[in-house]
Design a protein around this ligand. Structure first.
Ligand code: NAP
Length: 243
């Protein structure tokens, strides 16, 4: 699949992995809708960099847990570019929730953003893609969705459900729309992850290093360009799943 001139919407595209995915898709010729929630300055900076590089791009704000926000985001993208060809559901929340202190609020928040937010974007955009006759949805999950992390049960559950959702949606939206998932292992730690925890996680990989956002972006581009994959989960974890 040639990505040139395709319209790609990346949720949480202002920074970190999302920004790397935005930049990699732009380098392949995509026109970009850079979604953000609270990181307005970073989203505007990302769009400025894209425009300076000769790409077409807009930034759109939305809370993906809010149906009206998601609908407004989609309409803004369609008014500007006419359609959405590729959706990368990248936005998420990730924080430690040991079972002893886990609260209902934490459980609901993590499930709402990571699962319901992914559902709202994929469901609404997926149905439009089917009407348009073509589209590709790539859901960011995590190897924790294949085998749960201790102390991260709600996150692991949400990411496991994203995999099941990916497979089900691939079945229902075929053959017009492909739906795949990308499951990274340790790539970018959160700012508050202690260095010893980071080193411990890196030691558990076969390759003895964390991946980079660019490694993940390269795989997302590969998946976007692969015509014969749907309902698949592409792991990128330095071998972490085997240890
Ligand atoms: N980092 C890793 O090593 C790693 C490993 C495995 C899997 N992953 C997965 O890869 C993806 C990207 O990872 P990341 O670490 O770059 O993500 P991240 O920084 O934790 O989050 C990405 C973005 O999600 C957005 N977001 C959070 N709540 C939202 C809401 N209610 N509505 C809309 N957007 C919301 C935030 O946007 P604003 O900043 O604009 O508020 C944030 O910048 C995620 O799906 C993550 O689970 C990451």
């Amino acid at each position: 699949m040639q990505l040139s001139s395709k319209v790609a919407l990346v949720t949480g595209g202002a920074k970190r992995l999302g920004k790397a995915i935005v930049m990699a898709l732009a380098a392949r010729g995509c026109r970009l809708v850079v979604h953000y929630h609270t990181s307005r300055a970073e989203a505007e900076q990302t769009v400025s960099e894209l425009l300076a590089g000769g790409h077409e791009a807009i930034a759109v704000q939305a809370d993906i847990t809010q149906e009206a926000d998601v609908e407004r985001m989609i309409e803004t993208a369609i008014v500007r570019f006419g359609r959405i060809d590729i959706l990368v559901n990248n936005a998420a929340v990730f924080f430690r929730t040991p079972v002893e202190t886990l609260t209902l609020d934490e459980w609901e928040h993590i499930l709402e953003v990571n699962l319901t937010g992914t559902f709202l974007c994929a469901h609404k955009i997926g149905l439009r893609m089917r009407e348009w006759g073509w589209g590709h949805i790539i859901n960011m999950t995590d190897v924790a969705g294949l085998r749960p992390w201790a102390d991260y049960i709600p996150y692991s559950v949400a990411k496991a459900c994203v995999i099941t959702f990916t497979q089900g949606l691939a079945m229902e939206l075929a053959p017009q729309v492909r739906v795949n998932a990308v499951a990274p292992g340790p790539i970018l730690f959160q700012d508050d992850t202690p260095p010893d925890v980071q080193q411990r996680e890196i030691a558990k990989t076969l390759l003895k290093r964390a991946g980079t956002p660019e490694d993940v972006a390269q795989l997302v581009v590969f998946v976007a360009e692969s015509d014969y994959s749907t309902g698949a989960v592409f792991t990128i974890d330095g071998g972490r799943s085997l240890t």
